[in-house]
Design a protein around this ligand. Structure first.
Ligand SMILES: Cc1cc2nc3c(=O)[nH]c(=O)nc-3n(C[C@H](O)[C@H](O)[C@H](O)COP(=O)(O)O)c2cc1C
Ligand code: SF4
Ligand code: SF4
Length: 305
């Protein structure tokens, strides 16, 4: 049995969904015992010495890991040669996303930890625009394949890294401006009282207690992470997210429902291959190549086989 500690940060639940998939496969196929650790928890992290390895799961924000994740890794006490796996996820497969772990990887190395590998999964956007269900299905099919690759690599002690050069790291560094943007934009959050039903879900679920309801009024402080949880989860789409209002996505995706829905074929990019969607087939092909290299996919098969 392997004891695994899984560190995660999630705004709108996709990273947690990925973490659960990893746990499910680890438990059923590899006899793992997984301990979850929410990076936003205020409790002191347990000693890593009782674990065989750690997994770091996070969503990509503006080509970076969320600041809370970087800060957490900076503080984490890492035993010599302790192994980590990075399983990150985000909305699109742009190569610039590869360097999002730049800071984490540097910190792990500096503390003499070891990186076992790094994998980038895709989940739908929680900001910018809403993905169609069939497109989400296509991403979930690809995720399932990448998961098989990841487990094969772990079992066979094969390291897969996402390669990037200094330009990518520089780009990630510049885009850390998003962190300042989260602070500035928080001045513009507001609730539309005509739509609000005062369920206080937003108040209860904000991961950093940034929202208060006092004297019949909502107050937003300035610790906002720009995680989108409040506006994404609001049942009445009553929260306006300031300068990003046009990019707001409201309402969770039914990931489990989409996965099980057999009417959805997951072939969205076959008929949508221009513009934004043109980035995806290459990403799907890369996963198929990884499967083939590991002799896990018959010759001639493609993404949807
Ligand atoms: C502030 C912010 C910035 C984002 N930046 C990126 C990005 O640079 N690249 C990307 O592919 N997705 C980006 N996304 C999309 C999220 O990574 C994606 O929707 C993810 O599934 C959300 O995960 P969560 O539900 O665990 O919070 C961004 C989302 C937010 C809220
Ligand atoms: S979640 Fe939406 S409806 Fe509920 S209290 Fe907050 S703003 Fe109002
Ligand atoms: S106020 Fe900011 S940190 Fe809190 S849930 Fe909303 S977006 Fe996330």
């Amino acid at each position: 049995m392997k004891r695994v500690i899984l560190f995660y940060f999630t705004g709108t639940g996709h990273t947690l969904a990925l973490a659960k998939e990893i746990e499910r496969k680890g438990k059923t196929e590899e006899d793992w015992e997984v301990t979850y650790w929410n990076i936003l928890s205020s409790e002191k992290c347990p000693s890593l010495s009782g674990f065989d390895f750690g997994i770091i799961c996070y969503p990509i924000y503006a080509f970076n890991a969320p600041k809370k994740v970087d800060d957490f890794i900076a503080k984490l006490s890492i035993p010599n040669a302790f192994p980590f796996l990075i399983a990150k996820q985000s909305g699109e497969p742009l190569c610039w996303n590869k360097a999002s772990s730049y800071y984490i990887r540097r910190k792990i190395r500096k503390k003499r930890g070891v990186l076992l590998g790094e994998y980038h999964f895709l989940y739908p956007y929680n900001i910018h625009f809403r993905y169609e269900d069939d497109f989400v299905k296509e991403l979930l099919i690809a995720n399932e394949k990448l998961m098989r690759v990841m487990f094969w690599d772990l079992k066979n002690k094969h390291s897969s890294y996402l390669k990037y050069n200094v330009l990518f790291a520089l780009n990630a560094y510049v885009f850390r401006l998003q962190r300042l943007g989260a602070f500035l934009n928080s001045y513009f959050y507001k609730v539309d009282e005509d739509k609000c039903i005062h369920c206080l879900k937003c108040v209860k679920e904000c991961p950093v207690q940034n929202i208060r309801y006092e004297n019949n009024k909502f107050h937003f402080s300035h610790h906002c992470l720009m995680c989108m949880r409040c506006s994404f989860m609001c049942p009445k789409n009553a929260i306006s997210i300031g300068l990003l209002e046009k990019w707001k996505v409201n309402g969770p995706y039914s990931l489990e429902g989409i996965r099980k829905n057999e009417e959805l074929k997951g072939e969205y990019t076959k008929s949508h291959h221009k513009g934004y969607y043109s980035f995806f087939p290459k990403y799907f092909q890369k996963i198929d190549e990884m499967l083939k290299e590991r002799k896990m996919l018959p010759e001639g098969s493609n993404q949807n086989n």
